[in-house]
Design a protein around this ligand. Structure first.
Ligand SMILES: *[C@@H]1O[C@H](CO)[C@@H](O)[C@H](O)[C@H]1NC(C)=O
Ligand SMILES: *[C@@H]1O[C@H](CO)[C@@H](O)[C@H](O)[C@H]1NC(C)=O
Ligand SMILES: *[C@@H]1O[C@H](CO)[C@@H](O)[C@H](O)[C@H]1NC(C)=O
Ligand SMILES: *[C@@H]1O[C@H](CO)[C@@H](O)[C@H](O)[C@H]1NC(C)=O
Length: 415
């Protein structure tokens, strides 16, 4: 199945009675949002000259290994880079050394399931899944943007940028999971005028081309007042602020906040800026059924509780996600399901709708056909304010090696 070759992605199945809603999530973005760790990719290791020199034991030992545990262990030990290898090894360092470059076969070599969580990969034989700490308060060299890294598209992408402007709705959800830790994946789309805005599940923009409007997001609840968040939302040109990322879900990559706490957090960290920017409700998986943070209820109910608790909150728009099959097996239309859910979200709150993540599960050709059907529809619905297909990083809108747009990326940029 298409999804399972994406070994760096978490796949979570939620049983829905007879049906099954498969929710795949980008581990990169979840780790980014929670603790500012970026997935750099699958790296070569070399037993005679380790790419990350410090082997560390994690609590619980080899059999407990997960990327999160290794990252936590490296952080505690004072390192800024963590890598998992051979399903159960954790390696730390402050730079990837000894020629341990990105694996030429992409993520193919990093295909061993973590001993402590079979839904994640922990490298492979002589291969490391490498994560880097990128703290907004202590910038790393990865945030230094070179001019060459911001003009990548023309040589590697055979696609001609389209001059025709779009509706101003189409955007990018981009990962900074590249060796520079910057917005290079989003910047590949700079000359495609139908794409006008971008977000990275957090802040700051990490070198996003200034032709895009950057939209900051508060991914989850901060541990306290955060000056870097205040600075991000007060950056001149900030017109919109995105609320929490999937607080309605409980899997390891969601922000998982019960409605009452999410409402209190919204009041404390987002509401104060509602005068200077348009503020959005949390970004929830609208088509999720039966399993939410705080209870066995649908996301629609989670949202109802959130709004019920957020009595003095101001909402300028709502944010939703949608993941489902492109061509459901029972002959129903994936595009119709998507459109039905977007319409239903609007009818529920009568607010402008931002679809900040959406993807249909299927082959490249099925996804292209889906986009060709739903993009004109999204552009013509007055209540759809913004949308972003998942996502600007390798194997999705980018090709597998991150050197140009994928077939899906081309369809998204030009349709
Ligand atoms: C492995 O490391 C050794 C020692 O640093 C080096 O001589 C050798 O070229 C490296 N091999 C690869 C494949 O990088
Ligand atoms: C507030 O949220 C809690 C769950 O966190 C829920 O039980 C309660 O019904 C909500 N209140 C309102 C008025 O919706
Ligand atoms: C929303 O999507 C689900 C698939 O996850 C589908 O079963 C349902 O019919 C859709 N809702 C509407 C109102 O179209
Ligand atoms: C990257 O992948 C594309 C196909 O997706 C291929 O045409 C290109 O040669 C690859 N580039 C490198 C440097 O591997």
């Amino acid at each position: 199945m298409h999804l399972w070759r994406l070994s760096l992605f978490l796949v979570l199945g939620l049983a829905l009675g007879a049906a099954c809603l498969a929710v795949n999530r980008d581990l990169t973005s979840s780790l980014e949002g929670r603790s500012a760790w970026k997935l750099l990719g699958c790296y070569i290791d070399n037993v005679s000259g380790r790419a990350l020199p410090h082997g560390e034991a994690v609590p619980g030992g080899t059999n407990a290994m997960t990327n999160e545990l290794c990252i936590e262990t490296c952080l505690q030990a004072g390192f800024s880079i963590a890598g998992t290898e051979y399903a159960g090894e954790c390696w730390c360092g402050n730079a990837v050394v000894d020629g341990g470059g990105l694996a030429p076969d992409g993520s193919v070599g990093c295909n061993m399931k973590c001993k402590g969580n079979h839904a994640e990969t922990c490298g492979g034989p002589n291969r490391l899944d490498v994560y880097q700490l990128v703290s907004p308060t202590s910038p790393t060299p990865s945030q230094t943007i070179t001019s060459s890294s911001t003009q990548p598209a023309s040589t590697s992408s055979p696609v001609q940028p389209t001059a025709s402007a779009g509706t101003g709705k189409r955007g990018l959800a981009y990962s900074t999971g590249n060796p520079e830790g910057d917005a290079i994946f989003a910047n590949f789309f700079t000359s495609f005028k139908k794409i006008t805005w971008a977000y990275d599940w957090g802040y700051p923009a990490h070198g996003l081309d200034p032709s895009f409007e950057f939209v900051p997001m508060l991914w989850g609840l901060p541990s306290g007042p955060d000056p870097s968040w205040t600075a991000a939302v007060q950056t001149p040109g900030t017109k919109y602020i995105l609320g929490f990322n999937e607080p309605d879900l409980t899997y390891s990559g969601s922000s998982n906040i019960i409605p009452a706490k999410a409402a209190a957090g919204y009041q404390e960290y987002i509401e104060p800026f509602s005068g200077s920017a348009k503020v959005g409700m949390p970004n929830v998986l609208w088509n999720n059924v039966g399993s939410s943070s705080g209870g066995d209820y649908d996301t629609a109910v989670w949202t109802q509780y959130f709004v019920g608790n957020c009595t003095s909150c101001h909402f300028d728009f709502m944010g939703i996600h949608y993941y489902q099959d492109c061509d459901p097996a029972d002959g129903q239309s994936g595009a119709a399901w998507f459109q039905g859910n977007v319409t239903n979200a609007y009818e529920t709150y009568k607010l402008p709708v931002w679809i900040t993540e959406f993807q249909c599960y299927g082959t490249d050709a099925q996804q292209v056909a889906f986009l060709q059907e739903v993009l004109p529809w999204l552009d013509s619905q007055s209540y759809v304010q913004r949308y972003a297909y998942f996502g600007a990083f390798p194997d999705f809108l980018m090709n597998a090696n991150g050197t140009g747009l994928s077939e899906i990326g081309v369809a998204y940029a030009t349709t």
